[in-house]
Design a protein around this ligand. Structure first.
Ligand code: HEM
Length: 515
């Protein structure tokens, strides 16, 4: 559809449309980007070239994602001490917040059939039955020998696909591609309307907590069954520490807006709202690029991709804008590179006192998708969870994942035992038709791995799982790369650096720009 843009608009749109006035790229509800290769062909790897999940080079199925997870990513295979000495939870939790939440895939909701017993429906069978329609279930198969999960299938639904002009399956990003605090304000005008107090500059709150309008989000075990919190991103209650981040930014908007109202009594409410939003976005961009990203990419990659903001003491504005930079999020970043943070998650979401002592242990596996901890007694626990963000060390970025994430994801008393984030990430990459790890090394101008032995300790396991070194999934190879200081390795530095460079230089409303 033709969109008419106000070229003089002072504020960015909610859905990211009209940011780029030349090609309109970066709006919510548009396809994830595929990287063009050396010959300008999109890098895409579907088994049939158009939509079936990626297969091995020789045409066989790729190894069972859960087996890869068990053999390579089990925390028991890693060092006893996983904690990172430089990164606190304040680092990995906001990363969930800034990063993941800005790139949301549509996954059609179906009833979750966790670990159904019985016949394993193989991908082959599904392919044969449903070759025309590629929207099939793509279950995670759990083998008889699994030490942690009962044998059978765990439900996994393909991300909703649409065909592009060439008839190739593409996935849709529900969020805008910009670092624009859409996690606070939403990526659609409809959601923003739900979040705002009508005819006011404020965002809605209830008892100074996030609003809980009926019928918007679902959650598990809230204090009052209908009270699921709503924020700019639907997974706001996935874990308590994430909900606290949402709440902090939500309140920050209202704090700034109220100050602006006092200072500018003559402004219209809409002006107060938009000016406050603009300031919140500026803070959000500054923190993302100057505090968060250096702890992911390391100093060298930050400089290589020109991601640091200009030092304010230089007294000049930086204007990095380039109308030809396409900010759209790469599918490979969404399904692999940006999921590095899953390895930093720890097993607990504890309450912590002012001296950083744990006062209550909350196991992560008991609080997935539940706003209970933040809603209890009008939010009395919030400072205790908030302190945890600063007091507790993250786990390292590596190939080891805690049991709560790798065996008990989404665990709920009525649907034990749970799912496996690693297996899901691997499967999601195949679902998206994301090319194998070695192909991305090549595209990043890194030497492709020639031998399984290059993976040292894990080479043997990889060799048993994969037929060919080029079959290794991007997220698996990427997380096995070792890097000084526990940043992401060179392939993910390349992909994330490339992505954030575009999100910065492709943003007409970037906060450092003059005027
Ligand atoms: C306890 C904390 C977390 C939980 C429970 C969690 C869980 C999940 C789940 C279940 C998915 C969907 C998997 C799929 O089916 O494809 C997902 C997606 C994702 N996660 Fe996390 N995650 C957490 C923390 C993080 C962190 C710290 C980061 C990054 C720094 C991150 C980055 C992502 C990204 C980029 C996606 C893809 C987003 C999308 O397409 O919707 N997550 N996460």
């Amino acid at each position: 559809d033709d969109i008419v843009c106000d070229v003089d608009a002072k504020y960015r749109t909610i859905d990211g449309s009209c940011n780029n006035l030349k090609n309109g790229k970066g709006a919510s509800n548009t396809f994830f980007k595929r990287l063009p290769d050396e010959n300008e062909n999109n890098v895409i790897d579907y088994a049939d070239g158009i939509g079936l999940p990626r297969a091995a080079k020789n045409g066989d199925e790729l190894p069972n994602a859960r087996l890869v997870s068990q053999a390579i990513m089990d925390e028991k295979l890693g060092p006893l001490i996983q904690r990172d000495r430089t990164r606190s939870a304040q680092k990995h939790v906001p990363s969930t917040y800034v990063a993941k939440r800005s790139k949301k895939t549509i996954i059609t909701k179906v009833k979750r059939l966790e670990s159904e017993q019985g016949e394993v429906t193989t991908t082959d069978k599904l392919l044969a039955e449903d070759a025309q329609n590629r929207d099939f279930c793509f279950p995670l198969e759990i083998s008889k020998n699994d030490t942690d999960l009962p044998p059978g299938c765990i439900n996994f639904v393909r991300a909703t696909g649409k065909l592009d002009e060439e008839g190739v399956r593409q996935q849709t990003n529900l969020a805008t591609a910009f670092v624009d605090a859409s996690v606070v304000y939403g990526s659609t005008p409809e959601l923003t309307k739900i979040l705002r107090v009508s005819d006011s500059y404020l965002l809605k709150t209830e008892d100074n907590l996030l609003p809980t309008p009926a019928g918007v989000n679902s959650c598990f075990d809230p204090v009052i069954p209908t009270r699921c919190p709503v924020a700019g991103e639907s997974r706001v209650a996935e874990v308590s520490m994430l909900s606290v981040q949402h709440l902090a930014w939500h309140r920050e908007h209202n704090r700034i807006a109220s100050e602006l109202r006092t200072l500018n009594p003559h402004w219209k409410d809409e002006t107060v709202f938009q000016e406050a939003r603009k300031i919140v976005i500026a803070i959000f961009q500054h923190i993302t690029f100057n505090d968060f990203l250096p702890l992911v990419l390391g100093q060298a990659a930050m400089k290589r991709f020109k991601l640091f903001s200009r030092d304010v003491n230089e007294g000049v504005f930086s204007d990095p804008y380039d109308v030809d930079m396409n900010p759209q999020v790469l599918g490979s970043v969404n399904v692999a590179a940006h999921r590095f943070g899953h390895s930093q998650v720890t097993n607990e979401q504890n309450f912590v006192d002012e001296d950083c002592n744990t006062v209550t242990v909350n196991k992560l596996e008991d609080v997935f998708d539940s706003p209970r901890l933040i809603q209890q007694n009008c939010g009395v626990n919030i400072p205790f969870i908030g302190r945890n963000l600063g007091c507790t060390a993250s786990n390292r970025i590596d190939n080891f994942f805690v049991d709560a994430m790798r065996n008990r994801l989404y665990h709920k008393p009525e649907s034990p035992p749970g799912s496996d984030i690693v297996a899901r990430n691997i499967q999601r990459g195949r679902d998206f038709g994301v090319a194998g790890y070695n192909r991305w090394r090549e595209l990043c101008l890194l030497e492709p791995m020639k031998s399984f032995d290059s993976f040292e300790k894990f080479g043997k396991a990889l060799k048993e799982l994969y037929n060919d070194i080029d079959d290794i999934d991007l997220i698996v190879g990427g997380l096995l790369e070792k890097e000084m200081g526990f940043n992401v390795g060179p392939t993910f530095q390349c992909l994330l650096g490339f992505q954030y460079e575009r999100m910065k230089q492709g943003d007409r409303f970037w906060y450092e720009r003059p005027n």
